[in-house]
Design a protein around this ligand. Sequence first.
Ligand code: UTP
Ligand code: MG
Length: 484
Amino acid sequence: MRLPDPALVVLVGASGSGKSHWAASRFRPQEVVSSDALRGVVGSGEHDLDASADAFGVLETVVAARLGRSLTTVVDTLGLDAARRVGWLAAARAAGLPAVAVLFTTPAEECRRRNAARDRPVPAPVLAGQLKRLPAVRDEMAAEGWDTVVELDEAAPTTEEAAHPPPDPSAPDDRRSSTGVEVVLQVSRFPWGEDPLAWLRSMALAADDAGFAGLAVMDHLIQIPQVGRAWDPIPEPWVTLGAIAGLGTGLRLGTLCTPVTFRAPGITAKAAATLSALTGGRVFVGVGAGWFEREHAAHGLEFPRARERLDALERGIVTMRALWAPGTKADAAAGLPETTSYPRPSAPIEIVVGGSGERRTLRIAARLGDACNLPARDVDVLDHKISVLHRHCAEVGRDPAEVAITVLDLPVVGRDRDDTWARVERHRGRTSAAAYAARTHAGTVAEHRDRHADLAGRGVSTVFLSTPDLDRPEDVLDLAGLNV
Ligand code: UTP
Ligand code: MG
């Protein structure tokens, strides 16, 4: 069961129904606001009923403060008080957060048994009163306007394992995940210390071990500000991929993306064909119009206006395809007197057109691309871009099935909820934690798999995934499971 996140989650159920137990198993301690625990903070202990008013005062303050920051807040009280429930619901609405009520329908017998086993049981008549009130509470909740009311029987066996069967280890050569997408690891930072080659090898071997379908590197001359500092190393990609090719892994290798402004397309075609020969045909080439003016100026390269760069992108794809096609005859479309270039690629090289400009870039992708790379951050934007791409396909007479949809995905991936949150805090800079977590879809591997399955449903076939935490091979291995 996946609940919205961030969200207000209000627990409702009798004593011993398992509310606190459930909350502790799914949320970080800081996310759970418990009236019992606060009685222990402002009073002599969890059972200090004289401290209830003060405890609820603090609880309301904490709930309001967290919701005001769009942070997930789990309210762990009996939840039987309609006025309080409605107040929390209104606070969630005001904060623009989804509101979930979780009703614990654990059988009365089980609640009594657990209650009796406690150090300080709730008096039997009190528990009986709570249990008696539950059916009416259920009806009240149905009318309160919750986005979701979940009913949970915490005495029932967990269905978590049934929902996530272990991956099928067969078919090791097909590196498509059971989510329906293939996940390619994008390495954008190179904190390689004193031994660049050892670092590169260890990262690539870890990516292979972790089951990724491929490895992509950016093609930049200066590290881009979105990723790091201008003096951080950002190696030449074809040299880098050549070193990785020497490892003989099963990874597909390529760039995302190579700006057409950097090299004459014939030279990029040569580099990619060579890499194809070295890897047994596992190569893709991301291509784009280029955007980072500073790196061009610093390296003595022209940076023409967008229209000319897009013209060059179009010509560049035609030139590369001509040089990869069999035979050596002249190619009129590319304006080449002959197309003699060896080695030929060992298998077709996939051209991934990067950039999401709707008028030209997506049209170029529709006409000439094997794939079109789009941003994954916002699925509504993604759906829209895909529809524009398909409209271009219709206009130029291309079967949309011939143009794969790929996405660049920049998530925060944690080992568990606590670890995820620690990473959000580490990387968020001045962005609020809630906004950063939303932008990066911060979550565990299992949560990202669910999201990737959703992307597959929208037509995505490849996810190029880059996380801000790729410093060591262990960080890559933490991502194992994304592509199984
Ligand atoms: P909880 O302490 O979670 O109940 O479980 P609760 O709903 O929050 O109760 P109140 O309202 O605070 O009084 C009661 C006992 O049952 C165990 C818990 O460890 C706890 O000792 N329990 C709960 C389980 O053993 N398994 C479960 O699935 C749930
Ligand atoms: Mg409790």
